[in-house]
Structure formats: structure tokens, C-alpha cells
Design a binder for this molecule. Sequence first.
Ligand code: AMP
Length: 218
Amino acid sequence: MNLKLIFLGPPGAGKGTLADMFEERKGWKHLSTGDLLREEIKKKSELGLKAKEYMDKGLLVPDELVVELLKNHLDASKGFILDGFPRNLRQAQILEEERIEVDLAINFKVSAETIISRLSGRRICSRCGRIYHLINIPPKKEGICDECGGPLYQREDDKEEVIRKRLEVYEKEIAEVLKFYKERNKLKEISAEGQAEEIYKRIEKVIVDYGQERENTG
Ligand code: AMP
């Protein structure tokens, strides 16, 4: 099955880690608008420089910038997982207007304590982007990526004050997005507490059920 999924959930819910696992095991492309924006910042492109001003403050980057970037990277003829997009109602509407069909929007439910602990321990490889956690997913060698040997770093916006702002922005915008997918019968909720493998199994079950439903309705 070649699925088109949206992973919704607050920062620190584990969307990126799980999307990486699905990409590796099922081949559906993981597209994170946050990662794409950070790449643009690294390249010092015009778009990256504009986006950085918002990101450093924990605010959303203007829709037109994010949509342009996503369109450049999305191949709608194949399976994909959108991670961090849509972030507001307008972005969800744009996807639909562009006729980018989505099978399911999976909402990661997680407590505030879990979020803070995951984000403050999160480390990322500066070379290949792989995600680690000091306690839950530690690298074999401290500060070094298991995959490519690149140095690990902490995101600027994973510092506590910015985390709080990001959560506030998330809560304000996401209710309308959830409603949008619920009305279209595409919204599924999973608990995102616990270890990555457990969360993987919960999502897999949702996907299997969806496949069966689709077969039954022809
Ligand atoms: P993330 O890696 O998903 O936590 O995103 C990091 C930051 O990138 C966010 O705090 C926003 O500033 C920006 N960003 C990522 N995705 C979007 C989006 N879909 N719309 C607007 N801003 C975004």
C-alpha cells in the first residue's frame, strides 16, 4: 500500500522519529517542513533567511513560504508522510485546493511532561538529520551520530522558553485543522506515550484497519 499520511501533534510528540521509521520500513517519503526550512537556513537562501526570523521566536513561518518549499519537494504520485504540515486551517485548505489527496491524518496525543522531557533531551545529527534522545534513543558514542559519524546538536528552538511559545502557537492553530480532517472522516487518534516501537505498532494498526475498510467499501 502506498499511503499518504499527515502526522499531527505538538512538537515533541515523536512525529519525526516515527515518520523516519515508516520511511525506512515502508518507503513512504518523510517530508518535514521544519527540516526543509532548516536546510534553507543552512544554505542561507533568501527563503531561509526570512523563515529564520519567525522560527527563532517559535512563531509560524508565513504560509506562502512554507507552501512553496513543500511543493518543490512533494511527489504526490507516491506515498508520503507530512510531518509539521498543515499547521493551520489555511494550509490544510491549500493541500485540498492543490488536489493533494490524503488518506489519513494521525493525531499524536501526548502529555505536557512527556513533551518537555523529549524536547529538552532531543539531539540531531548536523550531517544526516537523524534524531536522537539523550535518554530514550542515545547514540552509541556521546555527541556522535551512529549512522554517519556527524556531530549532534541541540535545536535553538528546543530551549525551554521557545518550547513554551511553540506549544502555545500549536494549541491555538491546531483545533481547526483537527476539525477539518474529522469532517472528512480522515482523522485518527493514537497515544504517543511510551517507546517509539510501541507507537509504531499503534499507527500500524490504524493503517491496517484503514486498508481493510477501503477493501470492504471497494
Ligand atoms: P518543527 O521542526 O516542525 O518543530 O518546526 C520548527 C519551526 O519551523 C516551527 O516552529 C515554525 O516556525 C516553522 N514551521 C515548520 N513547519 C511549518 C508550517 N507548516 N507552517 C509554518 N511554520 C512552520
